[in-house]
Ligand binder design. Structure first.
Ligand SMILES: Cc1ncc(COP(=O)(O)O)c(C=O)c1O
Length: 461
């Protein structure tokens, strides 16, 4: 060690220079120099740092100073000691640059959020096979700008699947591939010049926000055991609803209301937007056919891979009546040109090879077992509903206060669940209160502990 260290000191074997002259103490200076080098990308992930003894000798500090600096940087996640290969840079510059507030770290141990599939069960190997096939066989033209409606391979496979499994009445020509329901709803709200749009209450607040952002007035349809009530449709030019499984209550639109709704749409020229977000997951009875199959000129069907595969894929589709096709396709082109080609081609192959059917069957069985385990574990005095399909069920609670207490108690037990009132599903006063418990999101190994923790919290609240 020396009292007058040189301005810059090169570290052995590494192209970094440490400025240890600013009177901050040698350890702090060394730490900051290494942080800067990682942050700027000069030291990239995986780069091996010099051994402590060598670095200490090179820069003229004690080995203890280097050891202390390495320990501090390891605790912060910048570097990591690897058995047999010394100390390496562990952080990416982009990640290292994020301030803690930018990183959404889960604050829970157990994930029982509604509406999410288990991300750890994404069929990576089968998807990789489909992607490899897509890359090996796609003609080069597809890597240029392509049809904004989607590649023909995917539209053809999807049309076949939707006819077979969901009873849709369509050809590949009616389909527009999107990046999910969020984009589908945005496109439709721009395409339809209707003024008033009816939506279910309860419904996802951000879906209502999308409709309002396109300058439509939202009118709310209360939901009862028969699904959305159709008493308040006056002046509406479109209705957005989840007829096959109301989100989040889990009820189904009754056959009488289905025909009433379609009669009304035909009589007024309004459009029905059918959000079929988790139509694949029905456990105790056969899936209902889609509304679109009953009236393909009044119903716009919207599907998504967010529940059946993964939200992060960003894949969805619209079956659009002929009269609206060109308008929606043009808006899709203006919005983002087209959906990414590799996802489209991989999904086409995934459908063609039968891998999608296989994956959905497997997930359906897995989620049904989880649903059964959850229902069996819940205290018998609690009233539940919406459990015959989908990825979540509802535990009814007497009022908003009881709901708030139950959500807080769950949190104290490390569990995150949804709250029907507090998550903004209702706008008016006539809210039902309760917990929306998603049984799909947790990875398999943690599911049973998650249920135990939830049950313990319900007993304590
Ligand atoms: C009611 C409903 N519709 C649709 C979706 C799917 O949206 P996206 O395809 O944009 O992920 C969700 C997902 O949370 C949903 O809850």
């Amino acid at each position: 060690m020396t009292n007058h260290p040189p301005q810059d000191r090169a570290t052995s074997g590494l192209d970094i220079h440490l400025d240890l002259t600013r009177g901050r103490g040698l350890r702090v200076g060394l730490e900051e120099g290494l942080r800067q080098a990682i942050r700027s990308g000069r030291l990239s992930r995986g780069t091996r740092l010099p051994a402590t003894r060598t670095l200490a000798r090179d820069i003229g500090v004690s080995r203890g100073t280097v050891l202390a600096a390495y320990a501090q940087l390891a605790a912060e996640g910048w570097i990591a000691g690897r058995r047999g290969s010394g100390t390496v840079v562990a952080a990416d510059p982009t990640i290292a640059d994020l301030k803690p507030a930018d990183v959404v770290a889960p604050t829970w141990r157990y994930d029982l959020r509604p509406g999410l599939p288990d991300p750890s069960s994404f069929p990576r190997a089968a998807w990789l096979r489909a992607l490899r096939h897509a890359l090996a066989t796609a003609p080069s033209e597809l890597f240029g700008y392509t049809d904004p409606r989607g590649v023909p391979q995917l539209r053809t496979e999807l049309a076949g699947y939707l006819r077979r499994v969901r009873g849709l009445h369509l050809t590949a020509g009616n389909l527009i591939v999107t990046t999910g329901f969020t984009q589908s709803l945005n496109l439709l709200m721009r395409a339809l010049d209707v003024g008033r749009v009816a939506m279910e209450e309860p419904s996802l607040p951000f879906h209502r926000a999308i409709v309002r952002a396109a300058d439509h007035e939202v009118i709310l349809l209360p939901v009862d055991d028969g699904g959305a009530q159709l008493t308040n449709l006056d002046g509406a030019g479109a209705v957005v609803l989840t007829p096959n499984r109301q989100h989040p209550l889990g009820v189904t639109l009754s056959p009488t209301r289905r025909s009433q709704l379609l009669d009304w749409a035909r009589a007024t020229g309004a459009y029905v937007i059918e959000d079929d977000y988790d139509g694949e997951f029905r456990y105790d009875s056969h899936p209902l056919g889609s509304l679109q199959g009953l009236d393909p000129s009044s119903v716009i069907y919207a599907g998504t891979a967010a529940k059946s595969l993964a939200p992060g894929l960003r894949l969805g589709w619209l079956a659009v009546p002929d009269a609206l096709l060109n308008r929606v396709a043009e808006l899709k082109r203006q919005t983002d040109g087209q959906t990414g080609i590799l996802e489209q081609l991989a999904f086409a192959e995934f459908l063609r090879s039968g891998a999608y059917d296989k994956h959905v069957r497997k997930q359906r069985l897995r989620y049904r077992h989880r649903r059964d385990a959850l229902l069996a574990a819940l205290p018998p005095h609690l009233r539940t509903s919406g459990a015959s399909a989908g990825l979540n069920l509802l535990i009814h609670l007497p009022d908003e206060k009881a709901e708030g207490e139950a959500v807080a108690a769950a949190k104290e037990h490390g569990v995150v669940v949804g709250g029907l009132t507090q998550d903004g599903y209702y706008e008016s006063e006539n809210a039902t209160s309760g917990l929306i418990v998603g049984y799909a999101a947790s990875p398999e190994h943690a599911f049973h502990q998650a249920v135990e923790a939830l049950v313990a919290s319900l007993r304590s609240s």
